[in-house]
Design a protein around this ligand. Structure first.
Ligand code: SAM
Length: 494
């Protein structure tokens, strides 16, 4: 067919590089698909018509084009999610360049034109206020995922530390929470040098009448796990909106340490922490109404003597569901939890409990014989050293105090539990609304099952409780859709 040759000289009026963007735009505005179809028609089929080719060939070409367009449209719409162009979710009241703020009225000075020029991406650029609206509200999470860092109040007491700090100072971290920074300096290999630096720092503050914004110095620590670690300390002021000093973030930048061993530990701990954070939302939206979970909470806290007014520690308190049940029975509750995702949810519930941000791996910061009871609902499996944790729990209990816990174990299989949760959501007509949450909950539970849930056997947990000094008073081998075991135990009176 000679006319076909002529089509070779027909150029696409739109540069090939621009097509992904056009398709992305068409995805956002389905009607424009038709426009796309018409442009394609004009580009590909009309030149054939103009070339006065045989009518039959033209009809075949038009049919072939329509089929091709319908196929492409179907693929674009129905292809798997991960192949889709990313559409940033809408942000409330986005701040954009106004026309008057752009250099001129032409295309390249538009917001997207500028960002494309800067970042060189064909994807839809982020809105200019993405940092402010999306990143900043979540930025506090980042402090847990950076170099070993501890946080001091204005009086130089250690209020908190991050995960990397807890890994680097594993055997000491628990004792440092709530203590003056002097206790930290005492464990350092170059304590004298650090004290000397401290004196000079104080003299400088006196002379200048103000704190320096940042402060650097070398730190050396002999660690049990990673050999001698050398850091450079970078302390920076934390100030309020009025510029008034509120405390210090003290980052310890590692300069020398057994990195492979440190990295391995850090990777595990960061993974677990993120797992709990991501879990916190779906957990809190799905489980509080799940009858088996409500029953489990009641079964665990049944260990606490009725009548209220007991001081109970809720270890690994999550978003506060167990605490709420204890408060409803008139008890006084101290909730201990170390995950910020969980704590963020807990703290907005307005529960009248004391919330301590801290790890149940390191309860050394708590005084002896503080509590009448301790409860741990589905937490012990997350603890690396359950024996140590149970011993510490025994220590913080008053004589005659009690402990109730439920935990997964070596034989746990979460299939039945997940099926039970799903069936409950379906039966109550909530599945469609909570499906995204359910998918996350399911994925996280699979991760938990693979990584931490089956580390210890039932026998080991019972034996650890006894080794810690407890007398077992109730053992339920399997409950909560066969996902966990349940134990009540007591500390002997004086
Ligand atoms: C499955 S959730 C249970 C939460 C709560 N007990 C409940 O039943 O709703 C496990 C909780 O243990 C917390 N957790 C895990 N390891 C912890 C640790 N070492 N110290 C403190 N909390 C921990 C997690 O952050 C999470 O909130």
């Amino acid at each position: 067919v000679p006319a076909v040759d002529k089509t070779e000289s027909v150029e696409l009026p739109i540069p090939v590089k621009a097509w992904p963007e056009i398709i992305a735009a068409a995805e956002r505005h389905p009607l424009s698909f038709f426009a796309l179809g018409i442009i394609g028609f004009l580009t590909l089929v009309v030149p054939l018509g103009l070339a006065k080719i045989d009518g039959g060939v033209l009809v075949v070409a038009m049919g072939a084009y329509s089929l091709l367009f319908a196929t492409v449209a179907a693929i674009v719409y129905f292809r798997p999610r991960n192949l889709r162009f990313e559409e940033p979710a809408p942000i409330a009241d986005p701040v954009r360049f106004k026309k008057s703020e752009t250099q001129s009225g032409d295309e390249d000075s538009s917001e997207s034109g500028k960002l494309r020029e800067l970042y060189g991406t064909d994807k839809p650029p982020p809105n200019l206020d993405t940092w402010y609206r999306r990143i900043r509200p979540s930025l506090h999470q980042a402090s847990y995922y950076t170099v070993p860092t501890y946080y001091l109040d204005r009086d130089l007491y250690i209020v908190d530390y991050n995960i990397a700090f807890e890994v680097a100072f594993r055997t000491k971290a628990g004792k440092l929470r709530g203590k003056h920074v002097g206790f930290f300096i005492d464990i350092l290999a170059n304590a004298n040098q650090v004290y000397e630096h401290g004196k000079q720092f104080t003299n400088r503050v006196k002379a200048e009448g103000t704190f320096p914004f940042v402060d650097f110095e070398p730190i050396v620590y002999h660690s049990d796990d990673f050999g001698t670690i050398e850091f450079t300390k970078v302390a920076s002021q934390l100030h309020d909106a009025g510029g008034k000093l509120q405390g210090w973030a003290v980052a310890l930048m590692p300069r020398a340490l057994n990195w492979p061993a440190f990295e391995e530990q850090l990777r595990q701990k960061l993974f677990q922490d993120k797992l709990w954070s991501v879990y916190s939302g779906p957990y809190d939206r799905i489980l509080p109404d799940f009858p088996a979970y409500k029953q489990l909470i009641q079964d665990v806290i049944a260990v606490v003597p009725a009548g209220g007014a007991n001081h109970v520690a809720d270890l690994g308190a999550g978003t506060g569901n167990v605490t709420a049940a204890l408060l409803a029975q008139g008890h006084r509750v101290t909730a201990i939890e170390n995950n910020v995702g969980m704590l963020d949810r807990f703290s907005v519930k307005g529960l009248r409990a004391t919330i301590v941000k801290g790890s149940v791996d390191n309860l050394e910061c708590l005084k002896d014989e503080l509590f009448d009871a301790v409860v741990m609902v589905n937490v012990l499996y997350a603890v690396d050293d359950p024996l140590k944790c149970l011993k510490e729990t025994h220590r913080i209990l008053k004589p005659g105090g009690v402990i109730g816990f439920s935990t997964t174990h070596q034989e746990t299989n979460l299939d039945e539990l997940l099926a039970g949760i799903r069936a409950h959501l379906e039966a109550t007509g909530k599945f469609a609304k909570l499906q995204v949450d359910f998918d996350v909950l399911q994925r996280i539970n699979r991760d938990i099952e693979k990584s931490i849930a089956r580390r210890f056997s039932r026998k080991q947990y019972l034996s650890y409780a006894q080794q810690a000094g407890f007398e077992l008073t109730r053992i339920v081998d399997s409950t909560y859709h066969n996902a966990v075991m349940l134990v009540h135990a007591g500390k002997s009176g004086k």
